[in-house]
Design a protein around this ligand. Structure first.
Ligand SMILES: Cc1cc2nc3c(=O)[nH]c(=O)nc-3n(C[C@H](O)[C@H](O)[C@H](O)COP(=O)(O)OP(=O)(O)OC[C@H]3O[C@@H](n4cnc5c(N)ncnc54)[C@H](O)[C@@H]3O)c2cc1C
Length: 301
């Protein structure tokens, strides 16, 4: 299956854009803020919350970060004006983290300001391991000024338990995910069960410290383990939420909502949808198989 996935990724640039668009449309709300707003409204009507992600990531010129900031300011304006049950998720590399961390802090500060004036929560997504430390630092600095900011920890990183303790000390709001980038064994668990065990350990550590946790996974086994933790601890509904990606595991998502768990759907949108889809696949060829199945099976989400 690995060779097959790699083959899909290698031939992807040869696939017609329209074909990639058909596949991507399941995972991306569309190109415009209007598309994203319409989708969030329908998710809200289904009883799901949302988080908006303006597609961008790795910028090569400082000027590109300006557009990203404007897009987030507009998104925050729409969330507020339309009373949507949504927050935003931001990748710091889209604000130039890898080019100029000082400029990234300044641009992120502008997004945080737009969120603060409307009382909206901002999540900082976690990217590859080259920026883990700087991302956590920016989170900790920002949190001193605005409480409604959160971070992500990746269960596959060996360092994450120590990071969880650092973040727990300030009572942060943390999304836990397995981690999507390909990382070497020296710094990341590779075994599926080890990653799951690390995930549950992070969950326990953060809940012990009274942190609000976003349980981001579509893995039925992990969802069951998280549900067992929630029951054992008799957690209030407001103390945690499940999170899933748009277009993935629709049946599991509906079951969790039906069982009265809070659930947030991650909604990416923007003109950069093509580059985003191709990059995601290149970063982690193991999802190429999902994409190909999506082509033949149609949307499940
Ligand atoms: C809300 C949310 C936010 C995230 N934020 C980050 C982040 O900030 N940083 C980061 O590194 N990672 C992030 N991720 C990705 C995460 O790290 C995993 O790579 C991804 O969720 C797959 O892991 P899983 O726990 O769902 O388990 P898996 O075992 O990988 O997946 C379980 C099942 O879910 C389905 N599935 C999973 N992913 C897909 C997909 N893309 N397409 C189709 N089906 C799929 C498959 O049926 C699979 O068998 C996020 C994930 C979610 C849900």
């Amino acid at each position: 299956m690995k060779a097959f996935n790699r083959l899909v990724v290698a031939t992807l640039p040869l696939a017609p854009r329209s074909l990639v668009r058909r596949v991507a449309s399941r995972y991306v709300a569309g190109e415009t803020l209007g598309d994203a707003v319409a989708l969030v409204k329908s998710l809200n009507a289904e009883g799901c919350m949302a988080t908006l992600d303006v597609l961008g990531e790795d910028v090569t010129r400082r000027e590109e970060t300006e557009q990203t900031v404007l897009d987030y300011q507009r998104a925050l304006g729409e969330i507020s004006a339309r009373g949507l049950d949504s927050n935003v998720s931001v990748k710091l590399s889209a604000l130039g983290l890898k080019l100029d961390p000082a400029e990234c802090r300044r641009q992120f500060g502008r997004i945080v300001e737009a969120a603060r004036s409307r009382g909206i929560f901002v999540r900082i997504d976690m990217e590859d391991s080259s920026v883990t430390e700087e991302t956590i630092r920016i989170f900790l600095e920002t949190r001193q000024q605005y409480e409604k900011v959160g971070i992500v920890l990746q269960a596959y990183l060996r360092r994450s338990l120590a990071d969880a303790r650092r973040i727990a000390a300030v009572g942060g709001n943390v999304r836990i995910c397995k981690g999507i980038y390909v990382e070497p064994p020296a710094i990341a668990f590779q075994d599926r069960d080890e990653i799951r065990d690390s995930y549950v350990e992070l969950l326990d550590t953060l809940l012990d410290a009274g942190c609000y946790v976003g349980i981001a996974t579509h893995d039925p086994q992990l969802v069951d383990r998280a549900r067992a933790t929630i029951s054992r601890r008799k957690l209030a509904r407001e103390a945690y939420e499940f999170q899933m990606l748009l277009g993935v595991a629709g049946t599991l998502r509906r079951r969790l909502v039906g069982d009265r768990h809070r659930l947030r759907v991650y909604v990416p949108y923007g003109e950069a949808w093509y580059a985003y889809s191709v990059r995601r696949l290149k970063e982690n060829p193991s999802i190429a198989g999902h994409v190909l199945r999506g082509l033949f099976r149609g949307a499940e989400g």
